[in-house]
Design a protein around this ligand. Structure first.
Ligand code: GNR
Ligand code: NI
Length: 167
């Protein structure tokens, strides 16, 4: 098991578009385990491989209170979106910043599991928000990109200053 370092906005590597996983092998299963450990340690409710500088389409999610409902989605595809919801989002790659984002209320998702087998699932509410947030990371998109240019500029300045202090 290993904790992986998380990239912080405005690191340009967060804008990399991840490539599909071509084979669900032991290396992919090890990455999923290390990502789950990293997410739980943070703690967070989701993590995309992009955030740990691995540009493959893999996300881990667990919205339970007691870290008991790990979901691993490989090559996730959102193939239906309905309705709208507004949720105050945060991101492990944008520490200390929280703001409202409008997303679909209900989604249907197709993915491969850790066994390499395809499955489909429905998600609503927070689970739906989290999966949409993670799939955005795989497409190189960070939630702050939904905010105004003014807010994005302020967030960049603030986090760049913090990075300089901690470096
Ligand atoms: O831990 C996280 N919490 C969260 C809260 C509201 C909306 C989305 C999230 S995901 C975030 C972890 C993270 O950055 N995943 O990419
Ligand atoms: Ni995030």
């Amino acid at each position: 098991m290993a904790l992986l370092p998380i990239l912080h906005y405005p690191d340009t590597r967060l804008h990399t578009v991840a490539a599909p996983v071509t084979e669900v092998n032991e290396a992919v299963r090890t990455l999923a385990r290390d990502m789950a450990e990293t997410m739980y340690a943070a703690p967070g409710i989701g993590l995309a491989a992009t955030q740990v500088n691995v540009h493959q389409r893999l996300i881990v999610v667990d919205i339970s209170e007691d870290q008991s409902e790990l979901l691993v989605l490989i090559n996730p595809e959102i193939f239906e979106r309905d309705g709208e919801q507004v949720y105050e989002e945060g991101c492990l790659s944008v520490p200390g910043i929280y703001d409202k984002v409008t997303r679909a209320e209900h989604i249907r998702v197709r993915a491969l599991g850790l066994d390499g087998k395809p499955f489909e699932m429905d998600a609503t509410d927070l689970l739906s928000v989290c999966i949409q947030h993670e799939v955005d990371h795989l497409d190189g998109k960070v939630f702050v990109e939904y905010l105004s240019q003014l807010k994005q500029g302020r967030i960049r300045t603030k986090l760049a200053k913090l990075a300089r202090i901690s470096a």
